[in-house]
Design a protein around this ligand. Structure first.
Ligand SMILES: Cc1cc2nc3c(=O)[nH]c(=O)nc-3n(C[C@H](O)[C@H](O)[C@H](O)COP(=O)(O)OP(=O)(O)OC[C@H]3O[C@@H](n4cnc5c(N)ncnc54)[C@H](O)[C@@H]3O)c2cc1C
Length: 518
């Protein structure tokens, strides 16, 4: 849909197509508002496709005494696990205990007991060294006294954003990617009456009317709404990951260990067929409009952490599939070390403009409710902002007898795509239900996403609708012919456009997902 085809009058306009904006969009449509969401790049292009992909309480926040944030996040995790099978799945995490460093058995046992209490059940188990090492082949055994296992949850972050946006659109909302807010329009008393939007690619530009604008632009939020609290500002902190091939670190469960350099917890997590290692936490200090990328020292830091805990596996850069960097929207008074900064969210209001930033992927639903509550004075008076429904549309999880699609494929599809999962199955055959080597993605997803999910560029398709751009070597180069055969007919891209897209994608991959040499 172009800007000129888009209605000009809205109850609410949401700026930002990350998890925060997508969450507000979904709930605002649910309560009956006419809502437009705009994203300056692709949906989930910002931090929300570059996280550690955990839906979690955050054991380390507990250690820092942030009980409320941890408890809220644990509650959200439990709720999301129930409401989104196939998208948000349980994740077992192992924590080794060493006699010469890191938290001891008693401290961990206490922390995990409190963590479990927040979920109303004991979710951890202690293992003696032999049983522990059997679960993590190759882990350092020197000074190992045992280890714990406990549960959090895992998600494909970009697909979480997409499912929220797609369901809101199915319920009547409108979402535009590659559409940037140039200006928020205010009358002589300072009240919001609209916004000015630009299509960043076609150059088309138009004004839209609304009395309520939600600024959900994450790390960019202060560009549209400077912090009203003196001394409190967004501090963009970069977190980077390495993605390894499964063969390099054959984990079936996640493991968390303490980095020897700075005692920060690092995770190695099996994810979508690869293994995600992260994260770092450093001041970003780069232009926010550019794709973030891992620095050489961050890359060396993550590999050194792996070498310390998996000395026998000789993990090197040659086994890396890609890297991934994101920028946390963290509210800061500028005094703390990056990892000590709070992950709480804030909501600011200013005469029709409501800004929501900070927070976590995990707490998107709560942030959406807080935002709509703050926006209530500017919304039509008949609107009730209290919602108690499940966040996602319920999908029948059992297939009929005639359906041949394997159970695990069906679970994946209904989790990621909701009700339209049946269309993906109908429009494909058994060959397209096979997974793309090295990933859990099935070929049919590529054609579906290309046809139905607002793809403007090859990078939208390979880096966010599916994640094979970061899960297969060189951004999926070896699969390009089959990708071309699946997506070109439905995208109607001629030879010139395809060649241009491929070149642009390769250049982007080399800058944002490169594998540095040590
Ligand atoms: C390395 C890392 C790991 C993390 N791991 C986890 C985790 O495991 N679990 C967890 O719960 N949380 C995690 N987080 C935190 C979580 O990812 C972020 O809090 C969350 O993604 C922020 O979402 P957002 O929608 O607010 O911002 P974003 O996802 O950045 O979205 C903001 C969007 O606004 C758009 N925008 C900006 N300006 C404009 C404009 N003028 N017009 C239109 N659009 C605009 C941007 O393009 C961007 O896409 C992690 C963060 C990082 C960096």
């Amino acid at each position: 849909m172009t800007l000129s085809e888009t209605d000009k009058k809205w109850d609410l306009i949401v700026i930002g197509g990350g998890i925060t904006g997508a969450g507000v969009f979904r709930e605002a449509v649910r309560i009956g508002l006419k809502v437009l969401l705009v994203e300056q790049n692709d949906f989930s292009w910002g931090t929300s496709s570059r996280s550690s992909k955990m839906v979690h309480g955050g054991l380390r926040y507990l250690k820092e005494g942030r009980f409320l944030l941890t408890r809220t996040s644990v509650h959200e995790r439990e709720r999301l696990l129930k409401e989104s099978p196939g998208l948000i799945e349980p994740l077992e995490i192992l924590v080794p205990v060493y006699s010469d460093h890191g938290p001891g058995k008693q401290a961990l046992s206490l922390g995990l007991s409190i963590y479990g209490l927040m979920a109303h059940e004991k979710q951890h188990t202690y293992y003696e060294p032999k049983a522990f090492t059997a679960m993590v082949p190759g882990v350092k055994e020197d000074k190992l006294v045992g280890g714990f296992s406990f549960y959090d949850a895992q998600v494909d972050d970009a697909r979480l954003v997409l499912r929220l946006i797609n369901e809101a659109v199915l319920a009547g909302g409108t979402a535009l990617n590659y559409t940037q807010v140039r200006e928020i329009l205010r009358d002589s008393r300072g009240s919001v009456y609209g916004i000015h939007l630009d299509d960043v690619e076609t150059g088309e530009s138009a004004e839209f009317q609304t009395e309520t604008v939600i600024n959900a632009t994450g790390s960019w939020a202060e560009k549209l709404h400077p912090s009203p609290k003196e001394g409190l500002h967004l501090r963009p902190l970069r977190g980077s990951h390495i993605i390894l091939a499964q063969e390099a670190l054959p984990l079936t469960k996640a493991i968390s260990f303490i980095h020897p350099e700075d005692n920060r917890p690092i995770f190695a997590t099996p994810w979508e067929g690869g293994v995600l290692i992260g994260t770092t936490d450093v001041d970003h200090g780069r232009d926010l409009s550019l794709e973030p990328y891992i620095s050489d020292p961050e890359f060396a830091y993550l590999l050194e952490g792996l070498e310390a805990y998996f000395p026998s596996l000789s993990i090197s850069e040659d086994q890396c599939l890609s890297t991934l960097a994101g920028v946390r929207p963290v509210l800061s008074e500028g005094k703390l070390a990056p990892s000590k900064e709070s992950r709480e969210s804030v909501v600011w209001t200013d005469k029709g403009l409501v800004t929501v930033t900070g927070g976590k992927l995990t707490t998107f639903r709560k942030m959406a409710f807080d935002t709509l509550k703050a926006a209530k004075p500017f919304l039509p008076s008949s609107i009730n902002t209290v919602v108690s429904q499940a966040v996602f549309t319920k999908v029948p999880v059992n297939l009929s007898e005639d359906d041949m699609v394997p159970k695990e494929v069906w679970r994946r599809l209904y989790g990621r795509y909701g009700l339209v999962a049946t269309d993906i199955v109908k429009d494909s055959d058994a060959k397209e239900w096979e997974t793309i080597p090295g990933t859990n993605t099935i070929w049919a997803e590529i054609r579906y996403a290309a046809k139905h999910e607002n793809i403007r560029h090859l990078s939208d398709l390979l880096l966010r609708r599916v994640r094979i751009g970061i899960l297969t070597p060189e951004g999926g180069k070896m699969h390009m012919d089959r990708i071309e055969a699946l997506c070109r007919p439905v995208l109607s891209w001629d030879d010139r456009k395809w060649s241009h897209e491929k070149t642009a994608y390769e250049a982007l991959w080399k800058s944002a997902h490169r594998i540095p040499r040590r």
